[in-house]
Design a protein around this ligand. Sequence first.
Ligand SMILES: *[C@@H]1O[C@H](CO)[C@@H](O)[C@H](O)[C@H]1NC(C)=O
Ligand SMILES: *[C@@H]1O[C@H](CO)[C@@H](O)[C@H](O)[C@H]1NC(C)=O
Ligand SMILES: *[C@@H]1O[C@H](CO)[C@@H](O)[C@H](O)[C@H]1NC(C)=O
Ligand SMILES: *[C@@H]1O[C@H](CO)[C@@H](O)[C@H](O)[C@H]1NC(C)=O
Ligand SMILES: *[C@@H]1O[C@H](CO)[C@@H](O)[C@H](O)[C@H]1NC(C)=O
Length: 377
Amino acid sequence: MNRLMLIAVTLAAILAPSFCASEPAGTCTPDNCKIEDNCRCSSGSGPFEGDLTEYPQLVTLAFDEAVTDDIYGLWNDLLLSRSNPDGNPIGATFFVPHEYTNYQRVNDLYNLGFEIAVHSVSKNPLQSYWRTASESLLEQEFGGQKQIISKFANIPEDHILGVRTPQLQFAGNDSILAYRAANLTYDSSWPTLPSKPLFPYTLDYLSTQECNLGGSCPNEAFPGFWVLPILDLHSADGGWCNTLSSCNVTGSVDDIANWLCNEIDIVRNSTRAPLTLSVNSYWFNFTENSLAGLTKCLDTLQESKDVFLVTQKQVIEWVSNPVKIEDFKTDDAEDQQTNCNQYNCLLDKGGEKRYMKACAPCPAVYPWLGNPNGDKP
Ligand SMILES: *[C@@H]1O[C@H](CO)[C@@H](O)[C@H](O)[C@H]1NC(C)=O
Ligand SMILES: *[C@@H]1O[C@H](CO)[C@@H](O)[C@H](O)[C@H]1NC(C)=O
Ligand SMILES: *[C@@H]1O[C@H](CO)[C@@H](O)[C@H](O)[C@H]1NC(C)=O
Ligand SMILES: *[C@@H]1O[C@H](CO)[C@@H](O)[C@H](O)[C@H]1NC(C)=O
Ligand SMILES: *[C@@H]1O[C@H](CO)[C@@H](O)[C@H](O)[C@H]1NC(C)=O
């Protein structure tokens, strides 16, 4: 054996363990997976015992559109001035995609106490793109967007923890590997049928959740990484749906409000698994009374003593420490304050022009995949 080969063989032996560190996930049991170790099995039963009605029903309003001025105004009108049963302002989670986003408005949302999370850089509309993307491309999509948000909306990286993949499409283990490489700690992309309302869980062990959307779901062990299942709602035509706009519910303001509040009541009356309601503004364009119906249902919730609108981050905190209603406090997010020196940039994106409002000096080019800082001309 010549020396070069010997070095190669030795190197391979050293590197091997880290390359093979990924293993198929094993079966989860309450003995091998404890919440004290930041581990929870995928399960339809809650983290609490005793009388269901003593515990809060958590609901997260989730948004994944570009944060433009118009969209910001819309969500502001819908969300501001609402409070939870504990008197604190409600929470919500924004999964922010890059293109057309105004990062000054993202900074505003953060300062208002909302959670800022990652959607992707490109928000490519093709499902096949997300199903077949390599891990390194996904790192550029998710890790890159985390960097862009942090830099241009001036939000600390360690406050950006969540991610939703576009079209809710996973590329198997590679999606979670890419999330982890970006220090993201939870996913909100995995829908589950109304008949199987799962609580949030970690990927230390094999998920029992069905993989229904055509992509492949992760089945490697990812210790401490959280999945917040999206509980599907019942659609108008007897099926199920994972965003309010795809449920095809039509009718009067009351019809839409009653449908939505009834969907919340079904879960609230049965297991109190946390609910994620994904809202897209195009729903308001093509379904008459949808915005008024949504508003009316949210108004009704204001009168309840046990339904809390919170961020997804807080859902994980509660599942880890499932306190009763009287001890539950909505995150007041008072520490969540960061300044914004405003820069209005006109940038080049491969020959096209893009306006980008930012809280950092204008970069050389429009930030994009592989160039999140926009500093490579
Ligand atoms: C995920 O990784 C595990 C362990 O390496 C492997 O057995 C499995 O086939 C992978 N799953 C997918 C969907 O690629
Ligand atoms: C992830 O976090 C670790 C530890 O805090 C840090 O060293 C690393 O640079 C971070 N990686 C990314 C891509 O942010
Ligand atoms: C909603 O209606 C569209 C168009 O009619 C249909 O393709 C879709 O499957 C429906 N969605 C659900 C959840 O039933
Ligand atoms: C939930 O329970 C309340 C009180 O028992 C009842 O009035 C309501 O009809 C129930 N709603 C659903 C959707 O199960
Ligand atoms: C929806 O309506 C708003 C306000 O009327 C408009 O600005 C926006 O372009 C419309 N969006 C779509 C997708 O049609």
